[in-house]
Design a protein around this ligand. Structure first.
Ligand code: RAM
Length: 498
């Protein structure tokens, strides 16, 4: 399911004052030295392989201290290094990957070491727990000795600073710990979506990370930095990009996701609720409401989001998903946050416009999507869990009526099942919004608990228990196994469920 946006001659609109404030909130990364759990300096002949387990997921820079045994080396040592977040990844064959995102994400290196003894520090940052080293060749005269291996691990936060959950089901404690570790690994100079890939600031992921951060690390400077980055480099017409490149000069990607853009005012309102940062309200208000204003301008005569807006929505990686109802739901979900911002900023006119749009939009959505005979929301002929989730979150029906459709669709097999933990987050949020606390807890235990049962140290980018080997990219070798949008169990457990 390719999803590539290329806009010729795309020049983001940069606001130096906003970018400077983002820069002022750049975190200093904490560094920790990590070594494999057990290590006995191996002597390796050509063709031999050794694997090390660092015992925990690491994001950082690898150093190998190498020497030799035998005669003086008369040729380079040629090594292949492979990094894996899960042990299963070593079963993958890089040459068999022909997907639509770059092979450059495959975590492998071919290394020539011309002089021995030598200490090699890799310049690239890796995300992994396991490391494999294969000696492809030395020469007849010598063998390679690995004297020491270590990682300079980096993160903006220290996960041990968050008080672990106690006095509750051990499985829930484990899920919470894995979620916190996932978030910590993704908290670098920005909230990255995944430290293996794409290693950048994605808006949909960011909103969820900020939620979890609010009940764990409470690193609001990093949230502020990211809010300013999104506003500081945007589309020339003020749309907020779906993601930003922040390694180097910040630059908006030429990709716009209509649903992600709507989450910007949501994230800003949530940030302000926790910090009361009046400077941020002043600086970011116009950009935030511009996202809602554009969405409203892209509705049809009935007030339903138009086809262009729907085409630009992400919602989930579920192939074949019809997204009109879901995208409309995101708009209805975001409007009340827009009202909060307008009220905080004394913008009575906008508050009234959003209130009216909300009322009209909910009524239109009910007429367009709700099928009273079937008791479900139908989006252009398709019945999907995603539509039920977002229509529920959009408040289209009163709680009691929305509940049935939502619960049924989440428990029955579907042709368009939820794929990414991102949409599972909103499934949980929807269940809680209609008072289905037990169902939310069950869902959390079975979905995120399912990853824990399969040995997850950090939560994954993609997990569909019905199709465990699925990848939206055309190969699991580029899937990320420490992915920001999957870290929200801690938010639910710490804020709602326990
Ligand atoms: C991928 C990343 C990111 C997500 C987008 C939609 O490239 O996994 O997390 O937000 O897709």
């Amino acid at each position: 399911m390719e999803r590539i946006s290329i806009i010729e001659n795309f020049f983001p609109k940069n606001d130096p004052a906003l970018l400077q404030k983002a820069e002022d909130n750049l975190p200093t990364l904490l560094e920790t030295e990590l070594v494999p759990v057990s290590f006995a300096a191996p002597t390796l002949a050509p063709g031999e392989t050794v694997r090390w387990d660092f015992g925990t997921h690491c994001v950082g820079y690898l150093t190998l201290q190498l020497s030799f045994s035998g005669s003086h080396p008369d040729a380079p040592a040629l090594l292949r290094l492979r990094f894996a977040e899960r042990l299963e990844e070593f079963m993958e064959d890089a040459s068999a990957y022909h997907g639509w995102i770059s092979k450059g994400w495959i975590a492998e290196e071919l290394l020539h070491v011309d002089r021995l003894p030598f200490t090699v520090s890799l310049p690239r940052r890796y995300a992994f727990r396991y490391l494999e080293c294969t000696v492809i060749d030395t020469s007849r005269k010598f063998r390679l000795v690995v004297d020491r291996v270590w990682v300079r691990a980096v993160s903006a936060v220290d996960p041990t600073r968050v008080t672990p959950l106690e006095r509750t089901d051990p499985k829930l404690c484990r899920i919470d710990a894995v979620a916190i570790k996932t978030l910590a690994e993704c908290m670098q100079e920005v909230f990255e979506d995944g430290p293996k890939r794409d290693r950048r600031l994605w808006l949909g992921d960011f909103r969820l990370q900020a939620l979890v951060n609010g009940v764990t690390f409470r690193n609001f400077a990093l949230v502020k930095r990211c809010l300013y980055l999104f506003a500081g480099t945007r589309f020339p017409d003020d749309r907020i990009a779906a993601c930003l490149f922040t390694d180097g000069e910040p630059a908006a990607d030429d990709t716009w996701f209509s649903d992600y853009a709507l989450l910007y005012p949501v994230a800003l309102a949530e940030y302000l609720a926790l910090t009361d940062d009046s400077e941020a309200l002043r600086d970011l208000y116009d950009v935030a409401v511009a996202q809602l204003d554009r969405a409203l301008a892209m509705t049809d005569a009935d007030g339903i989001v138009n086809a262009d807006f729907v085409d630009a929505a992400f919602i989930d990686w579920s192939p074949g998903l019809e997204k009109t109802a879901s995208t409309m739901g995101v708009l209805l979900y975001a409007l009340p946050y827009g009202r909060v911002l307008a009220q905080k900023n004394g913008d009575a006119l906008r508050d009234a416009i959003y209130a009216e749009a909300l009322e009209r939009g909910r009524a239109a959505a009910k007429t367009r999507f709700w099928d009273p005979a079937k008791g479900v929301f139908v989006s252009n002929g398709q019945i999907s869990p995603a539509s039920q989730i977002w229509m529920t979150l959009g408040g289209v029906l009163p709680e009691a009526s929305a509940k049935g459709a939502l619960c049924r669709l989440l428990s029955e097999p579907s042709e368009t099942p939820l794929v990414a933990p991102y949409l599972h987050h909103y499934a949980l949020e929807a269940l809680l919004s209609v008072g289905k606390t037990d169902a939310a807890m069950e869902h959390l235990l079975s979905y995120w608990g399912g990853m824990v049962d399969r040995g997850a140290d950090t939560f994954w980018e993609i997990w569909n228990p019905e199709a465990p080997d699925a990848s939206p990219y055309g190969g699991t070798i580029v899937n990320s196994y420490c992915h920001a949008w999957s870290c929200t169990p801690s938010y639910f457990l710490r804020n709602h469920l326990l």
